[in-house]
Write a protein that binds this ligand. Structure first.
Ligand code: ASP
Length: 261
């Protein structure tokens, strides 16, 4: 049987209503008690490394997840991370780069309702994540509803629906039907990386700005990106726009671009 480490970080899946709304507070071993059937499929060990709402996720917490995987890497065949849905796509993307030469599956999951709520999606999502973690695949993925999505391509698109995540610009890797994993023909099953040594790189730079351009944007906004401030505070600026918009406003942007380079 495969050995799987379940790493709990909080989120709605582990939340209880304490009278002031939902608060992450359910122990990782209680999460596992809700899916006794999984014990016939793999040996799961639970560890809780934080119990937070994922809107409070930060670079130090993400590094702590990577470090936990590094520390336990040789003792397990796969890893499942329970995480709040609001930012788990960001964590999945970050881990995809932090876990270098990964040759095992790392599967993030969460749920729209707490695990002890009536009609919850938590039991099915956690079960599916554990099934995926027993597959011979390598890389970071998000398992939600029945889908397995590449960690760098996941996006939360619905706030209430159980089918909350989409794979952006890349097909869904696999789905589960009757507990069987069905791979998408167009996505190559990830190959085990046996050649290079696994390690982590947890440094992350947060000195960036993301500006989303829209038709008729008031270009005076760029006057506020004072070049001297940019040098001090920003190492990069991401402009989200179609190419033609970028070409049209290139002249206005030049001072800011020079300041960054
Ligand atoms: N606010 C919660 C979180 O991201 C939402 C959820 O888990 O669905 O931690």
């Amino acid at each position: 049987m495969k050995r799987i480490l379940l790493i709990a970080t909080g989120g709605t899946i582990a939340s209880k209503d304490n009278g002031n709304g939902l608060t992450p507070s359910i122990d990782v071993n209680i999460l596992l008690d809700y899916i006794p059937v999984i014990r016939q499929m793999c040996h799961v060990t639970g560890i809780s490394i934080m119990n937070i709402d994922s809107s409070n996720m930060n670079t130090a917490y993400i590094a702590a997840i990577s470090e936990c995987i590094m520390k336990n890497y040789n003792d397990y065949d796969g890893f499942v991370i329970t995480h709040g849905t609001d930012t788990c796509a960001y964590t999945a993307a970050a881990l995809s780069y932090q876990l270098v030469n990964l040759s095992k599956p790392v599967i993030l999951t969460g749920s729209q309702l707490p695990i002890d709520a009536e009609g919850t999606d938590a039991v099915i999502n956690l079960t599916h994540a554990l099934i995926y973690s027993c597959e011979d695949i390598s890389g970071v993925f998000l398992a939600f509803s029945d889908k397995l999505i590449k960690g760098t391509c996941a996006k939360k698109i619905k706030t209430k629906s159980f089918d909350a995540f989409e794979s952006i610009n890349y097909p869904v890797i696999a789905t589960i039907q009757n507990s069987t994993v069905i791979y998408n023909n167009y996505t190559s099953k990830a190959i085990r990386n046996t050649g290079k040594k696994f390690h982590i790189e947890t440094d992350m730079c947060t000195d960036i700005a993301v500006i989303s351009l829209f038709p008729a944007i008031d270009l005076r906004i760029f006057d506020y990106i004072n070049p001297s401030c940019v040098v001090l505070l920003l190492k990069a600026m991401v402009l989200a726009a179609c190419l033609i918009t970028l070409q049209n406003i290139y002249t206005d942007l030049r001072p800011a671009i020079y300041a960054l380079s």
